[in-house]
Design a protein around this ligand. Structure first.
Ligand code: ADP
Length: 249
């Protein structure tokens, strides 16, 4: 949070040339891992994130079981080679926090009451990090859960909005996150209009908060389309490749 670093140029463009309301380029692929029940890979600017889902399966050890619903366990991990500085491998406070808030966001959409005593295990591996990995991870996890065929009210799409050089901006990059004035990750379910994750680092006025929220929600709607696109590509049936030309019902 320094005043010396300029994050917006005289044309109102950001350090990577984006407009204030512009997302970084995002690519989503579903079903990328053979051994997981569901998986997804997200490239989001310079972030590279993999999500793998196992379950629903019997929760072990047994004391974890909930007789009324499945538990959702998330493990967020930044690979040792994912940042500029070497990240110390293994769990830390930040990874524990991100795992917890991601699980809580997903519990809002997964129909856990259909799977008593079960566990749904979600692994998020950040291969390359450039700010916004919790949003990329939650976005990837939602696609992986859908890929696993686990019923949900709707997928969660996530995106942050923040404040740089006194202006509200969408999807902060690393430099903007480090030297900006605020960062607000948001998880949204376009199907229901529900917000399932909201965090804030820094300060905004109420008017700025409203603007940031509107910007992040509209970005989540765009990201949701990309999530659906990834699933459609994964499950598209190529009728031309079928023996009977796709005529059999
Ligand atoms: P998010 O990735 O969700 O924005 P943070 O705001 O905590 O989460 O982190 C911002 C960025 O700072 C990360 O995406 C990553 O690029 C970098 N970062 C965070 N923790 C570490 C770490 N231990 N080592 C190296 N880089 C890190």
């Amino acid at each position: 949070m320094s005043e010396d670093i300029v994050l917006l140029n005289s044309d109102g463009l950001r350090v990577d040339g984006r407009a204030l309301d512009e997302l970084r380029p995002i690519k989503i692929e579903a079903g990328v891992l053979g051994n997981a029940d569901g998986s997804a890979y997200v490239e989001w600017g310079a972030n590279k994130v993999l999500a793998a889902v196992y379950g629903p399966k019997e929760a072990q050890p047994k004391y974890l079981q909930d007789t009324a619903k499945a538990i959702v366990q998330v493990n967020y991990n930044m690979a040792a080679f994912s940042g500029d500085e070497r990240v110390r491998p293994g769990p830390n406070r930040r990874a524990t926090e991100i795992s917890k808030i991601t699980a809580e966001a997903l519990e809002n959409v997964i129909l856990t009451n259909q799977f008593p005593r079960a566990s749904i295990d979600v692994y998020i591996e950040v291969l390359e990090a450039d700010a916004g990995t919790r949003c990329a991870g939650l976005t990837a996890a939602s696609v992986a859960i859908a890929d696993a065929g686990i019923p949900m009210i709707g997928m969660v799409a996530a995106c942050a909005a923040g404040k740089i050089d006194g202006h509200i901006a969408l999807d902060l990059g690393k430099k903007e996150d480090n030297f900006g004035q605020a960062d607000m990750p948001l998880g949204y379910v376009p199907g229901t209009g529900e917000i399932v994750l909201l965090q804030m680092d820094g300060h905004m006025t109420m008017v700025e908060f409203r603007k940031a929220m509107d910007m992040a929600i509209s970005a989540c709607e765009q990201i949701h389309e990309l999530q659906i696109g990834a699933l459609r590509r994964r499950y598209a049936v190529n009728y031309a490749d079928m023996d009977d030309g796709g005529t059999e019902q």
